[in-house]
Design a protein around this ligand. Sequence first.
Ligand code: ZN
Ligand code: ZN
Length: 354
Amino acid sequence: MASRDPVADLRRIAFLLERANEATYRVKAFRSAAATIAALPPAELATRTEEGTLAKLSGVGDVTARCITESLAGEEPVYLRRISATAGTDLSEAAATLREALRGDCHSHSDWSDGGSPIEEMALAAVELGHEYLVLTDHSPRLTVAHGLSAARLRKQLDHVAALNAALPDGFRILTGIEVDILADGSLDQEDELLERLDVVVGSVHSGLRDDSAKMTRRMLAAIANPHLDILGHLTGRKVATKGEGDKAHRGGRTRPPSDFDLEKVLAACLDHDKAIEINSRPDRLDPPKRMLTVAVEAGCLFSIDTDAHAPGQLDWQHFGCERAALCGVPVDRVVNTWSAERLLTWTAGHSGE
Ligand SMILES: [Zn+2]
Ligand SMILES: [Zn+2]
């Protein structure tokens, strides 16, 4: 195949990123890579591409090196193809399409843990929003500040949910679940037998968020490999500033930087084990950050666009997640909560069978 002009491809990407109002540092990465290789003798460019040492050049990083390699091989860089695909479309329209495709929410809390309302009220709000299912994911025992459920209380909750489901309108059901703490060693904070019984298991890191990258990566990889975990909740644990909205559990307006871990390894593990990455829609989280979400899209990951609602009105926050998903080019069919309950449950059941 005839090779393309990598300099032109990198510049085109920079232009499209600028037009989409992306962060300056991202745009600059592509412009400086273009300048670096434009100044390089063609023979050296060819050798470095062959040896995989492009990223050793100052101004060239892993992402830009991949674009250059693809270009020289005669392929339109995946990065360029993705942003070209979304560049011409109206973002709000793309976000609306995603929102309409959502059939449920995989992360929500009730007053059994740190939510403000009974399960029934959460469920009725979900029915009104047009959802076909709501996964109830109250916290696990170690999260005492959030009144995490002991095994005994969770068993009680399962009976309660079964009774509620019998009384709820046809075509809607509460799916059982948990937001289980990922403990320091990567194990999950609930009995295996219970995790096995639950429809959907969201696993999240809530402690040790400033641990070093090696420790955090080990912890996350162990959790992703655990057959009970289906969805990795709020990937980085970051908190962003909001305009004062929020409930008791999340108020305070304090921001927190993302935790430090090896993103590529975490994404590769999610792919290997067929697990989904949550796009957390809470205005004070908006996690993962766009740059990570973009990498996850390119890696081919599955996603779940969830609200992490702690009150009925918050179940309508999904559009925040949809906007970010649309901006980063998340394909509709890779969002697990656009699937029917049956398909979702087949997918989660598949994890335990590994
Ligand atoms: Zn959480
Ligand atoms: Zn939560």
